[in-house]
Write a protein that binds this ligand. Sequence first.
Ligand code: FAD
Length: 698
Amino acid sequence: MCCDVKRRFLLLYATQKGQAKAIAEEIWQQAGAHGLEADMHCMSEMDKYNLETEKDPVVIVISTTGTGDPPDTARKFVKKIQDAALPPDHFAHLQYGLLGLGDSEYTFFCNGGKTVDRRLQELGAQHFCNTGLADDCVGLELVVDPWIDGLWLALKEAFLLQKEKESMSSVADAASDSLSAAPCIVHKLNLSSKVQNLELGNEGVKSSELSQKLIDINLAASAGDTKPSLVHSVPSLSQSTLNIPALPPEYIEVQFQDTHGENPHLSSLISEGTTFEVPVTKAVQLTREDAIKTALLLELDIADTVFEYQPGDAFCVMCPNNVNEVEELLHVLGLSEKGEYFVSVKVKQGTKKKGAAHPQHIPERSTLKFILTWCLEIRAVPKKAFLRALVECTSDAGEKRRLQELCSRQGASDYTQFIRDSNVCLLDLLRAFPSCRPSLNLLIEHLPKLQARSYSVSSSNLYQPGKLWFVFNIVDFPACPARPVSRKGVCTGWLAELVAPLLHPNKNTLDTKRGSSSTEKISVFARPNNTFHLPADPSVPLIMVGAGTGISPFIGFLQHRQKLREEHTDWEFGETWLFFGCRHQDRDYLFKQLRCFLENGTLSHLKVCFSRDSSTAEAAPPKYVQDLIRLYAKEVARVLLKEKGYFYICGDKKHMADGVSDAVVDILSMAMETDKLEAMKMLAVLREARRYLQDVWS
Ligand code: FAD
């Protein structure tokens, strides 16, 4: 009897960009084939589940955002479990497995998952399987796929344990229950594991026949090709029987209406607060033409808004997709004529997709062009589930097989190499597989939300009221074999085009009085950072370390300090150090005006290094900021250990932040005359006390 009842487990996901949700959905889908039922909820839907009374195993998939924060949808949950009043056995009844998603490019790798995991452990909950930490930097699937594979066996054991516990408490049924239930579950799970992944044979073609057919196709297609590529595979993959994921059920229905009406306001697309449409009043190219990267400084006029910021804050810019790419996509989809038509997007009646809901980032009614321009990240690297769905829209047999390979378990490394690492997007795929013609609903189902991009403010509202500066590098993606077209970053490419007519002829001058009259406006909203701020007590010394555009928030700090010094001549101000590194002194030294801060006393010490300049000096000068810091080891140790100073790092890559941390550990270890381990503990103490702060982005 028990075998007819599917065993339930609670499946919670907390997602920022949709990845954790997609993985939870994959688990939900596979659960059915294992004779299990996943009761799936977003972590924020706290009225739909209750961990306090939960008896079944719990599976948690959670991503990380910002500087190691749990996603917004997990905030309430995390706050709740972090209540210090909870007893250590609060979750003693709970068995759970956790899969954390993160990116090791960032310092606090998978910290969202680790935070929840650590706290559940503190509250007595027990793992029924090992925690998985998947790294987007090398490919989430490297951890996610085997973790999900192992989940089914672990769940089976968890159910057995649960059954045993239930049996112990139910005296009357104890013996019979535990004896009859266990083999029944095992039997069911064994059976279901065989249908865990659809084999191609299930689609009506015998695998041996299929392999032969495919060898023929591959041979015919490119007899001379011995190397795999995006569109071409080689043995053994080309001859393998493939395990491909189950076809995700479609759940969106799109109807074209008329061309009358207005598109929704951009503010309706975000849930994070109020948007402000503000003019760009100045644009300055901070780098010379021959610099490796082009950095721009933009000034926004926020005077007529209630938008507020502190130096050290970041804010978000809403950006559209590239207009040519949208046009090309419309063309490839055969919808060029329909761009200005309003479409209504609804959930398909009777869809088999669990929890199918109207995607929050798609308006109920807007034009097709609006959706492709403002709502969908059309540059996103297609996930395997998307590739799987694209197989069904591809008519050419060879192309179909290659797409199947790329989403199959056997083709995992091809997927990583030719799709993920090559940053291939939907348009690249549609070019490479011309017989693939997806429907619009498929794009809406599989493309993630177009995210607003974050930037650190590079000014002080006290120093220049009503103005906000920010600095960015124009991101460049050169062409590569899998992607023959070069591109610019979605946001930075768009901003660069937008402000081209404004670009200041006197490059690298930041005269704040000279503004250009501009009509270009952009939509922004706040992304407050609670920690990367100046110390509340101005007498505390501080050390700032920035490379490239990582100097940006420190300009805001320095402007702020300069104004405070002017306004409060009786205040005591602590020593300020700035370590700055870039490639070339005369090409990308972004803020040569730093000297002014030094001259007026706002900055006590300015130390700079240039990684690509050659030197004729006998002793080679330091190349990187971490080398520079080592030169001032005694002073750094004094500020951190004796004077309770603050240490700030900002830059665009983990490598800089890690190099600086290593240098600081060495400096502390020398000053404390201890081994590295003790120094690392001291660094952890400084981090905990929020005196060692990082703002690192990729
Ligand atoms: P995107 O189009 O989003 O591309 C950026 C990334 O996408 C690449 O790094 C790469 O991983 C991937 N990618 C996409 N397509 C390709 C491709 N074809 N080839 C290779 N890779 C590809 N940046 C600044 O310059 N200044 C700042 O002050 C700043 N502050 C930040 C503060 C915070 C809190 C955060 C989270 C980020 C900050 N950033 C800052 C980064 C910024 O938000 C953007 O990520 C950056 O400007 C790139 O945006 P984009 O849309 O132009 O690039």
